[in-house]
Design a protein around this ligand. Sequence first.
Ligand code: ATP
Ligand code: MG
Length: 624
Amino acid sequence: MLRSKRKNFFKSINFKIALVFALLLLITLEIVGAIFVKQLEAKNIQDFKTSVQIPTYIDNSLAEQLTVSSTRKANGQIKTILSNYNNTNVDEIRVVDSKGTIRGTSDVNDQSVVGQKTTDRNIKNAIYNNRTYTKNTYDTQNNGRYYVSIVPLYATSSTGNNSQLVGVLYVRANMKSVYSTINSIMGIFVLASLVAMVLGLGIAIIIARAITRPIEEMRQQTQRIARGDYASQVRVYSDDELGQLAGAINNLSIRVEESQESTEAERRRLDSVLSHMSDGVIATDRRGNITIINETASEFVDVSDEKAIGNSILDVLKIRDDYSLRDLIENQDELMLDFSSNEHDLILNAYFSLIQRESGFISGLVCVLHDVTEQQKIDNDRKQFVSNVSHELRTPLTSLRSYIEALSDGAWKDPEVAPGFLKVTQEETDRMIRMINELLSLSRMDSGTTRVDMELVNINELFNYVLNRFDMILKKDDNPAKYYTIKREFTKRDLWVEIDTDKFTQVLDNIMNNAIKYSPDGGVVTCRLLETHNQVIISISDQGLGIPRADLGHVFDRFFRVDKARSRAQGGTGLGLAISKEVVQMLGGRIWVDSVEGKGSTFYISLPYEPYEEEDLWDDDSQV
Ligand code: ATP
Ligand code: MG
């Protein structure tokens, strides 16, 4: 972590700017320093040379001594002159005459050289060439820099017009002081440079920070924008290019936020449209893999949307065996898909359309699934109904025709068979008329044109009246094998219910008829009447054939009969319960059945009921 931070620092603009600053500073200081030091050195050396130059009057007096013939006297004079001359920079002054003999030295400890011939080649050369000679030397023995000058000494001749070389003056000066000054100045300079470098580097870093901080802040802000956080804004420090860039980023962030919001709102709108659609919608990519599936669609195909997304539409719609993706793309017809399961029927109509770019490039498919189960069922029911009606009418008509044929073939003359034949034709005709009447009344109920005359009826009385009628019929029927009892289990309270008496009587008649008709061995028909807090419940139980479990759901269907032959033989049309159901529903009630095959059946009717207090009735009556 620390390492990467350090690595990042060396890569940063901050560091680069500081480095450039520091290098510039260093180069400048070096150049300035070098020039300065060089100049200073040259100046100091020049000054030094000037300072060690032997004044002319000494030169002259020395030259004068060299012309003196008495060597001893002259040497004494020279010694005096040299010892009188005092210059701290000068180490040694030697006077050498034109013959190369050392005539004097300022070095008090080395007076023995006086009178000896010089061995110095430079001195010899100077005498020989009659030329001034100067040299900077470096003495390795004592690490000292020395300045040596050999100046010819001229004596003015008696004629006064010409000068004659009489010897040379050898001066040796130690340059230590010059170089120590230069070194100390160099030291100061290096120190100053270092201080300047450190300060400069510090300032460079501060300046670089000032430049890079807004850049860093902008970087962070763009990262935040990328993450979808548009709340914060970059601080604008100045009106320079960086400031303008910061402003532009702030502007961008607002723009991005706006467009993001609008696409988000658009997406939400689309989402809510999709999720509230009663049709299923599936969108796929170019390869037919699902990208969007709405709730309805995933309910239809019974695959959760997480599982469906990414899978092929062919698999999700279970049509891979019959269709390829190419089929769907090339001819986008509607398909009928059967998604029925054991629990429920589901027929879907699938419409396909392409998602196409302007260039014509197909980027996907959209499939809209429409639930047509109900429609399909209605269609089937209608077809079934028409076929049932034709079938139901054809059977009696065929038998009618055969009887009529038999009669017209001469049977009418036969008094034995003719009345029987006529009776059958009459019965069949009656049955057909009854059936057509029932169909008419059903169709009236379907179209809602039936008139209902609601009245408040004491249901106990009505039910009792109907049952009494059946008692009478049963009494008349003197077939001992078929012995029926009608048992009443009524609540004591009078129940007043609002119904259409005629139609409801028809319902009770049909159920009672069925109970007797489908109990060939007789038995007890138990009729109950009871109330709950808002319903009146009538139940009629028999001990007859019962209804197979599989047919329980169909007994209220039009033309449905458990045993077609038997019930037709008993004159049934299979419309009785269908009409009963319509009537009960019209009265706001419910009808249902419970049955065990071979044991018997119980039909229930519930009717809405508002319990009236006796007093209320009384009040009502008294007011009337
Ligand atoms: P219709 O009543 O029109 O004369 P139907 O009695 O055959 O003719 P529904 O009353 O609608 O027609 O009854 C339909 C079928 O339900 C009957 O054919 C019969 O098979 C069965 N069913 C009705 N009631 C009973 C019952 N109590 N016991 C056994 N089966 C019954
Ligand atoms: Mg019936």
